[in-house]
Structures are given as C-alpha cells and as structure tokens.
Design a protein around this ligand. Sequence first.
Ligand code: SAM
Ligand code: DTB
Ligand code: SF4
Length: 313
Amino acid sequence: MAYAASDIHKLYEVQLFDLMYLAHEKHRTYFDPNEIECCSLFNIKTGRCPEDCAYCPQSAHYNTGLANEKLLDAEAILREAKLAKANGATRFCMGAAWRSPPKKDLPKVMDVIRAVKAEGLETCVTLGMLDQEDADALKAAGLDYYNHNLDTSPEFYEKIIKTRTYQDRLDTLQHVHQAGINVCCGGILGMGETREDRVQFLVGLKQLPQPPKSIPLNQLIPIAGTPLENTPAIEPFEFIRTVAITRLMFPTSMIRLSAGRENMSEEMQALCFYVGANSIFLGDKLLTAKNSSLSRDKEMFKKIGLQTRSESC
Ligand code: SAM
Ligand code: DTB
Ligand code: SF4
C-alpha cells in the first residue's frame, strides 16, 4: 500500500480488533513480540532554549520553574551512562536544550559520544538543528542515532512552533541521513491536533528519504507554564490506533512508546506493545519530566513476559 492520506484515514476507521490483529501480525513478521528495546535518556544541557515549542518545559519563552544548567562535564554524563547500562539500557540518549549545537561545544559532545560508546552502549543525541558539517562531525565521533522529530502535521506545526519551520526540520533530517547516521524521528500525540493532523504527520514521516530506523511516539506531558498546560489528554484508543497504523506503515522500524507512559496504565501500555511498540525509555526521569519508574517497568515486564533486548539493531 502506498499509504496516501486517504488510506491512513481508512485504517483509522477499521474496527479496533481488526486493526490490532493486522498490526500485531505485521509486528510478528519482523520482530519477536516478546522483546523490548530499552533506551535511557539524559539531559546534558537544561533550559533557556531560544525556541518556542509550545509543549516544552525547557523553552525560555515560558516560565516552567525549571532550574537551568549549562552543558554538563563529561564525567557527570559518563556516570549516568554507566548507571543506565547497569539498569538494563542498551542505548544512551543525550538531549540538549539548544536551537542548534554551539560550534565551541560540539567537540565536547563528540568526546562524550566516544566515551559512552566505549562503555558498550549505543549512542543517540538530540541537539536541535544541524548543518551538514555538524552532522558529519557527529558521524566521525561514531554517533549511532540522531533524534529530531517532525512532531506533528505541517499545518498544526505552525501553531506549536513559530521560531523554526517544518522545512528546517526536514533539512536537519536530510543532513543526518546524508552523514550516514541512523534517523530517530517521530512526534507528539495529544497536543490538541485533529485526526487529519495525525494522518498528515504519518504522511510526513513516510515521505522522508528513508523510513526512520526509530520512531518515538510521545504522548504530551502537559507542563505547567507552557501554552499546552491545559490540553485535554488524547483518547487512549486513538493513541493505540496511531501506534498500530505506524507499525503497519513502518514494518521494520523500532517504535518507541516515549514520553507519557507515567500517565498510562499497564494495560494501555500492553496494548501499545501488542500493536507494535517495541522500545521504551527506561529510568525514573525523561529529560526533565518524570518517567514511569524503573521498578514499575520491571514489574510490568514480568507480568507481560517481556524480555529486554540485549542487542539493538
Ligand atoms: N532541542 C532538541 C530538539 O528540539 O530537537 C531537544 C530535544 S526535544 C526535548 C525532543 C522531543 O521531545 C521534542 O521534539 C518532542 O517531540 C518531545 N517532547 C518535548 N517536550 C515534551 C512533552 N512535554 N511531552 C511530550 N513530548 C515532549
Ligand atoms: C523524544 O521523542 N522523546 C524524548 C526524546 N525524543 C528526546 C524526550 C521526551 C521529553 C519529555 C519532556 C521532558 O522530559 O522534558
Ligand atoms: Fe524544547 Fe528542543 Fe524546542 Fe528547545 S528546541 S524548546 S529544547 S523542544
């Protein structure tokens, strides 16, 4: 199927059990359904970001009460990476609240990438916009993945972020792809977007030069002080349908059930895993917000019978 917008709309209208069956069947064709990839997140530079992303606690445009912190030193970052590995993560993802990485800080980030890799972890960073030179430098340091999200549909994007364009995002993704770094690209559900926006978000993902290796699907964590603080939560079955359709459209990509799990029941998460989500962030904290706790996740894995994937693709 070409997955035009009309095809995706039709999938959203398929009866839930039929859609779940289709997605699970596809999932089983390419993955062990009892296996889950565990990544760990760590914020290496916090707050005072010049961008105005309406969902983000780290934007300097909103007062969210966050304590700002400059780029951490390599030792502190490495300590966290070791902890993440000991807790069962196979990938260490580092985030920085930058519009784009300052040229003076890039060599520091490159050293950190080398050191984290030497610990036997895969590496991922999300540092904002990259030019080709930045992307090539990160590749030379051995970076495995770069996370940069389309976030939503091109139309809804303009209501959420005014300080950089959807096209800017596509340009960064092109530089990452060109550099030969694996692309991690997804979005946020539950920002008040319509189903049409969710459809156009998926169309946008499908139009990337290559299917992203990794697709994070975040449920909005409404942060006090941001313009989206009072946004009503997305209807849970609509979220599950979106995960299922993402699996059908991207049969070989890892789909990460990312932010928002703290507010999801185990049953809801299990349905997301059943229809194709096969990766999570493990650890008590995301970048700045709370994550589902490590102990709760370990319990959930036991109840479902999920095994953590020891080696990522
Ligand atoms: N400056 C980098 C950037 O924007 O690419 C930093 C990483 S940014 C925090 C990564 C992604 O986290 C965003 O694109 C968004 O999808 C997600 N995110 C941020 N705040 C969120 C929130 N409150 N709820 C859910 N997802 C969120
Ligand atoms: C992504 O799509 N989700 C992660 C990761 N990429 C960097 C970030 C979630 C952030 C949630 C809000 C916070 O912790 O500040
Ligand atoms: Fe937050 Fe990243 Fe947007 Fe900055 S660019 S406000 S860190 S999401």
